[in-house]
Design a protein around this ligand. Structure first.
Ligand code: NAP
Length: 263
């Protein structure tokens, strides 16, 4: 199937590694120009060069912490300057501080809100004037399966990401008439640095080993394994592409069947 992504222009935030990187690479492989983002300038520029070499598609690396008030607007402007417009926005960020009600302080909650909610709000708000000029505008928020099935010791993610889902659905309803599609992917456990760190932290907390915690985690999955970033990226590239032109307002689990509810 042709996803019709050739020469589209995308910004994928939080994409120096993990899910964001995999999504940016998948878009670039389809001929989509990609702006990628992470907090370390030298690292993100190197990765953009690597993507450009590997795919032959234009890629730019933009440094900035998306949880900071002024950064989202700056990233959108830099993307538009580089590519002359914007068709696709994937709002992805790092995960919030893990912990429970007793361990998380006010500062951690505030940081979690800036990272897991306000970064999405600010990126989308800054992108809208350009998306409105696109003939195939699409927004994808990256959230978590934790909004449907809370994950132990991830209280901020379980709480704050629900607001991002509310934002996603509201915008799908508001912006549909303008031809702008808005969806979210709710990833389940996918093998990235971040996920492995979280499982390793659980091993320390439970006085067990990483192998034991990985075994317990994969046992809960109908497919019997963690996901691979490329499996997330395939779904992301499809959802933001013109090939998904009649899909909006969808909260898609990419979780290997880990979510046990029917709806
Ligand atoms: N992997 C999973 O199993 C899973 C499951 C459900 C939800 N999620 C969520 O999906 C998102 C991506 O997960 P992941 O596993 O790919 O995480 P990851 O491996 O930690 O990657 C996060 C990416 O975001 C960048 N980043 C982190 N904080 C940033 C910030 N403030 N501003 C700009 N960039 C930032 C990191 O780059 P730099 O460090 O270079 O800045 C990195 O490129 C996270 O929010 C995570 O909680 C992941």
């Amino acid at each position: 199937m042709d996803l019709k992504l050739k020469n589209k222009r995308a910004l994928v935030t939080g994409s120096s590694s993990g899910l964001g990187y995999a999504a940016a690479l998948a878009l670039a492989k389809e001929g989509c120009k990609v702006a990628i983002n992470g907090r370390d300038e030298a690292k993100i520029k190197n990765i953009a060069e690597k993507i450009q070499k590997e795919t032959g598609t234009e890629a730019v690396g933009l440094a900035g912490d998306v949880s900071q008030l002024e950064v989202p607007e700056k990233l959108i402007q830099q993307t538009v300057e580089a590519f002359g417009g914007l068709d696709i926005l994937i709002t992805n960020t790092g995960g919030p501080t893990p912990g429970s009600i007793d361990s998380l302080d006010e500062a951690a909650w505030q940081k979690g809100i800036d990272l897991c909610l306000m970064a999405h709000v600010r990126l989308i708000k800054a992108a809208l004037p350009y998306l409105r000029k696109s003939e195939s505008a699409s927004i994808l928020t990256v959230t978590s399966l934790s909004v449907k099935q809370p994950i132990a010791n991830l209280l901020i993610s379980n709480s704050v990401r629900s607001a991002t889902i509310g934002l996603t659905k509201s915008l799908a309803l508001e912006l549909g008439k303008e031809g702008i599609r808005v969806n979210s992917i709710l990833p389940g456990w996918t093998e990235t640095e971040h996920a492995v760190d979280l499982i390793a932290a659980r091993a320390v907390k439970n006085n067990s080993t990483l192998e034991e915690e990985l075994r317990k985690q994969t046992e809960m999955s109908p497919l019997g394994r963690l996901g691979q970033p490329e499996e997330f990226a395939n779904a992301a590239a499809f959802l933001v592409s013109p090939a998904a032109s009649y899909i909006t307002g969808v909260m898609l689990n990419v979780d290997g069947g880990m979510y046990k509810g029917i709806f």
